[in-house]
Each structure stands twice: as C-alpha cells, then as structure tokens.
Design a protein around this ligand. Sequence first.
Ligand SMILES: Cc1cc2nc3c(=O)[nH]c(=O)nc-3n(C[C@H](O)[C@H](O)[C@H](O)COP(=O)(O)O)c2cc1C
Length: 312
Amino acid sequence: MRADLSVRIGRLTLSNPVLTASGCFGYGLEAAAAFDVSRLGAIVLKTLTAKPRHGNPPPRIAETPAGMLNAIGLENPGIEAFLTEILPKSRKLGAPLVASVAGKDLADYAALTGALQVPGISAIELNLSCPNLNAGGIDFGGDPAFVREATRRCRKASPRRDLWVKLTPHVADIRVTARAAWEAGAAAVTIANTYVGMSIDWKRGVPRTGHGTGGLSGPAIRPLTLALVAKLAPECPIPIVASGGICSAEDAMEYACAGASAFQVGTASFRDPTACLGILESLPGCLKQAGLARWRDGIGRLKRPTRAKETL
Ligand SMILES: Cc1cc2nc3c(=O)[nH]c(=O)nc-3n(C[C@H](O)[C@H](O)[C@H](O)COP(=O)(O)O)c2cc1C
C-alpha cells in the first residue's frame, strides 16, 4: 500500500510534507535540472525585498562543526524583477510556490505581501527573523508586538493567500511570538530561522564572515529547533512547519513526533541538491517502521514524560 504523505497547511493541501527552506533552493530553477521538483510538497522561495539587494560583503559562508554559518544578507533581485522575470519560469516547475518576504518596516511587509497576490503564489512566508541584517530581521521578529502587527497588516493585504510566519529562535519563549502570529491570523508558523553564531580566523584575528557573525544552520542546530517545536506544539492551534538541520527522513520523523506538520530542507540541499528527493523517497519506509499508514498520523506522537511537562 502506498503511504499517504498528504498534509494540510491552512488552506493548502500539499501532496507531501517535504518543502525547501528559503534561501537554500533559490527560485527552484537550478535544481529543476537535477530532479523533478514538481514532486516536492512546495518550494519556499528565496526571501524577496522591495528593492534589489546585493547582500553582505564576502566571505558569506563559513563551515562549522556539523553546520555552516551564512551571512548572505538577503541578496535578491527585488520584487519587481521577481514578478516579471523569475515567477513566470518558477510557475512552470509544477510545485506549489511559497514566496518569502522581508520588509524594512511594517508598511513594507504589507506592500510586499500585497504585490504577491498573483497567480502562481500559493502562500507567503513572512521572514521576521533574518539574522544577517544591520536593522530589522531578528530585531523585529523577537518583538511579539511587531510579529502581531506585521501579521495583522499582511493578513489584510493577503485576503486569499495564507501567511506563514517564520520566527527567530532568539527569544526567551517561542510560544509568545508564535501566539502573536496565530492571534493575528497566521495560517502556520515556521520554526525557526538560523541562530546567530561566529567563527574567527585567530591567526589573522578576523571573523570568518564579512558581516562578523552569521546564521548557524545544519545538523548542529537540529536538537535546538526540535526542542522549540516540542515546546510550542501542545498549545499551537495552527500547523508548525519545521526548519532546522533536517538531512534525512529520520530527522523529519523526529520533527513530526515533536509536532511539526511539514518541514523544510535547507543546508542539506547545498551538500546534495537532490536531498529533498532522497528524504521524500525514504519517508514511506520510516512511516512503516513506526507502524503508520499516513504522514499526518505521525504528527505530535511524542510521549511527554510527566516531569518534563514544564520544560516541553
Ligand atoms: C545560505 C543560506 C541562506 C538563507 N537564506 C534565507 C532567506 O533568504 N530567508 C529565510 O527565511 N531563511 C534563509 N535561510 C535560513 C533557512 O531557510 C533555514 O531556516 C535555516 O537554514 C535552518 O534550516 P537548515 O538547518 O535545514 O539549513 C538561509 C539559510 C542558508 C544556509
């Protein structure tokens, strides 16, 4: 029997829970040469800003134990070039597209969201959590009042397309910012963006990224983000989309246990551009090992030790 991998995220029913993480798959066009990307549950596109951005000075990437630091700084062609030059091509890929936006203030977020009310865009992820900007990014996303207001304004600007709110892990309690998002109308929360980290070339006495710090991603962060998902899930009324160090179907199953409805593959795609496909093909075997016929039956199966109730 074929495993049923379908999952509902707000108004969208995805054929499977395997999504790409923003910034790790471009606009889907390069990977399409490597595999049939229409098999993905959805492609989450590189974050867009109102104006084109060149990003941060190099080096923008540094390898770390079990992970990487990136300080790209939201390099992107800007919303106009995306709509006219890129979207017509990405639309032909056949997978649902989730656009990602980062504004410089509340009005900018709403304007970007409004501009994306176009055929071919299935949902919009609000990137309230980029660690590589001098202003905005995680400074915005750590403030529940900003999360609430940004979500509320974008909700108004997006009557027919769901909002997914991507949160920063740099908060005392992820439940507070997530609550701000769902109370303001988010259809899902993406947990989480990268963690601020640093690596130093001690011989020269300089940071290994041009920006000074970078966002830590990859397997190194998986236990941290997994704990955030497990903490949030029991009281979160909207689906959680996990993002943090997922490299295998087994990793994805852990996140499902913790309460994630779908998941995004980020850093793993840099090592192997077909990583998503490998994970998708291995999921049915994992479901079988767990005695499950459907992906959605595996969501939130975590048995919580009674003593851990306070911390999880
Ligand atoms: C090189 C690189 C660029 C990224 N760019 C973005 C971005 O533009 N927007 C965004 O929301 N997240 C961005 N991220 C964060 C990823 O989407 C993802 O949330 C994070 O890397 C954790 O997942 P992972 O450990 O699977 O990579 C970027 C990550 C990397 C490594």
